[in-house]
Design a binder for this molecule. Structure first.
Ligand code: CP
Ligand code: NVA
Length: 308
């Protein structure tokens, strides 16, 4: 892997993604056969979490355990990043103790500042701006389910948020077509879409922002959604629930899609809001395979970043 950090999808070259996906498949297969690979014995991952997490925290910690290493979980309360001491000092001192840092925080600049001052790899475990580990897992899962990413069409229905941004960015890098259907004021920004356009210009694939969820899902192989109310947006919950009316992934919306469409969600899901029980528990849903793959993709990512 050429990059030192995973702060954003922008850090990854096509070759890095191919290498990561190949190693993920290999490690997943070995792990299913019960083969142990203690490639990170003696290594430590520091995990700074300023927001709640279940999947990301557990999958990173289990990943380190399975590879013979160790993970330390640090909450906002433990280190009080930027308040008790500067991000620069935290980063420089952590670099003397540990082998890699994963951080989940609000402001994306906190992660870039941490990475700028770190001599060990820094992984973005979610910021308000992006969630690259999720996007890598999502595209890996699609490749695993469909067999290839060629000519795949993804429809994202909902908020143009952190998950949507990294997903659309990775789709653009991998030439997977992506239509994002969002209500007014919740779209991906025009500047961001312009940046992504550079990757798909002149290619058969597209990245586009549209309004109508039915139009988005019409030819899609994948329908993806995420919460309408991300962490930190709780005060807007009531307004958002009204604004997202009509953007629920339900059986009626699925009826406009292909018969063999897959439904994905990064989880946690708000059943009855952005997705119904019937869909998340139904025959199209691959959400739990998707969640499991967080572990396999992140094991490969940690191995590539730490054991160079
Ligand atoms: N999808 C995801 O990142 O889940 P957690 O917030 O539980 O980590
Ligand atoms: N968009 C959600 C993703 C959670 C994994 C949030 O930021 O809360």
């Amino acid at each position: 892997m050429q990059c030192n950090n995973l702060v954003s999808v922008a850090d990854l070259e096509r070759e890095d993604i191919d290498e990561l996906f190949a190693l993920t498949a290999e490690m997943k297969e070995s792990s299913k056969r019960g083969v142990t690979d203690l490639c990170l014995a003696g290594k430590t991952l520091g995990m700074i979490f300023e927001k709640s997490s279940m999947r990301t925290r557990v999958s990173f910690e289990v990943a380190m355990t399975q590879m013979g290493g160790h993970a330390i979980y640090l909450t906002k309360h433990d280190i009080n990043l930027g308040e008790r001491e500067s991000i620069k000092d935290v980063s420089k001192v952590l670099s003397r103790f540990i082998d890699c840092v994963a951080i989940r925080t609000y402001d994306h600049k906190t992660i870039t500042a941490l990475a700028d001052n770190s001599s060990v790899p820094v992984i973005n475990a979610l910021s308000d701006y992006t969630h690259p580990c999720q996007a890598l897992t999502d595209l890996y899962t699609i490749k695993e389910k469909i067999g290839s990413l060629d000519n795949v069409k993804l429809a994202y229905v909902g908020d143009g948020n952190n998950v949507a941004r990294s997903l659309a960015f990775l789709c653009a890098k991998l030439k997977v077509s992506c239509a994002v259907a969002s209500p007014e004021n919740y779209e991906l920004s025009a500047e961001f879409l312009d940046e992504l356009e550079n990757y798909v210009k002149g290619k058969d694939s597209y990245i586009k922002q549209i309004r109508d969820p039915r139009e988005a899902v019409k030819d899609a192989d994948i329908i993806y959604t995420d919460t309408w109310i991300s962490m930190g947006e709780e005060a807007e919950a009531e307004t958002r629930r009204k604004d997202f009316n009509g953007f629920q992934v339900n059986s009626e919306l699925i009826s406009y899609a292909k018969n063999d469409v897959f439904v994905m969600h990064c989880l946690p899901a708000h059943r009855g809001e952005e997705i119904t029980d019937g869909v998340i528990d139904g025959e199209h849903s691959i959400v739990y395979d998707q969640a499991e793959n967080r572990l396999h993709v992140q094991k490969a990512l940690l191995k590539l970043l730490i054991s160079r």
